[in-house]
Design a protein around this ligand. Structure first.
Ligand code: B1M
Length: 207
């Protein structure tokens, strides 16, 4: 298993979509659950490419090919994350303005769906008004906000204020790499989750 995880991590970093798909399938066929493949290889791969980028050893094109490979792997995992239908309620989910990072948000969507939530994914780089519109339209049990940049996470406060102006009882869950519990508390979020698996647990508690 260690060998498969290490090959899978390397393949995500190299951006080899076919290899990632086949290693994910191989891992699943040997009885490994999605969480082992994600936390043991695919997420560490994104961490590593991010560190290489931060230290100037990798550039945007490398980030992009790794992101495509990660998405290919997530697609292959999807059938195994498909959910129960225990009716967790509706969640509207999106990434805040100025932020095009989608992978973490998509993984949160997959985990929430796996936990029985009906998720309306409204996309990325969304202005506050888009969240308000979607909230009015879908009347979700939970509004989920994702941000990957320390600059864009600041929009979360604005979204929470705007949505609470429409519905003072609005339940808002936040997350993303730069977000922490302390920040979530400071902006008045109803809940925070550090990763997609925890997001499903927190959403259950909030619903
Ligand atoms: Co970007 N990027 N990027 N990038 N990128 C980061 C985030 C960065 C940390 C890299 C680095 O410097 N080390 C850095 C941000 C620094 C900061 O602000 N703190 C960064 C930067 C600087 C940038 C650009 C500005 C680079 C540039 O153009 N000069 C640019 C910004 C673009 C924009 O948004 N306007 C940019 C662009 C990109 C790509 C387009 C090339 C690509 C994104 C492709 C895509 O998403 N389709 C990309 C990538 C791939 C990354 C890294 C390498 C990987 C992100 C990722 O997918 N992680 C990232 C480095 C890193 O994260 N270490 C980096 C895997 C994913 C599973 O984890 O997204 O954290 P994550 O999601 C987790 C949790 O955070 C949580 O659950 C998820 C799953 O467990 N979570 C939630 C997320 N949302 C949640 C919501 C919840 C609950 C939990 O409730 C609702």
């Amino acid at each position: 298993m260690e060998e498969l995880l290490s090959k899978l991590k390397a393949s995500v970093i190299e951006g080899d979509e076919d290899k990632v798909r086949s290693l994910v399938e191989e891992g699943l066929s040997t009885g490994q659950g999605p969480r082992v493949l994600l936390e043991g290889a695919m997420m560490p791969a994104m961490e590593e490419i991010g560190s290489r980028f931060a230290s100037g050893e990798a550039y945007i094109p490398e980030l992009i090919v790794a992101a495509y490979a990660m998405e290919a792997g997530m697609e292959a995992l999807k059938p195994r994350m498909a959910g129960d239908d225990s009716g967790g309620g509706k969640v509207v989910l999106g990434t805040v303005a100025g932020d095009i990072h989608s992978i973490g948000k998509n993984l949160v969507r997959m985990c929430l769906e796996g936990a029985g939530f009906d998720v309306v994914d409204i996309g990325e780089d969304l202005k506050t008004e888009k969240f308000v519109e979607a909230y009015r339209e879908h009347q979700p049990r939970i509004l989920g906000l994702s941000a990957l940049l320390s600059s864009t996470m600041l929009h979360m406060r604005e979204v929470i204020e705007a949505v609470r102006a429409v519905d003072p009882a609005a339940v808002v869950m936040v997350g993303g790499a730069p977000v922490a519990q302390e920040f979530a508390d400071e902006i008045g979020a109803s809940g925070y989750a550090p990763n997609a698996f925890e997001a499903a647990i927190v959403a259950r508690e909030l619903s």
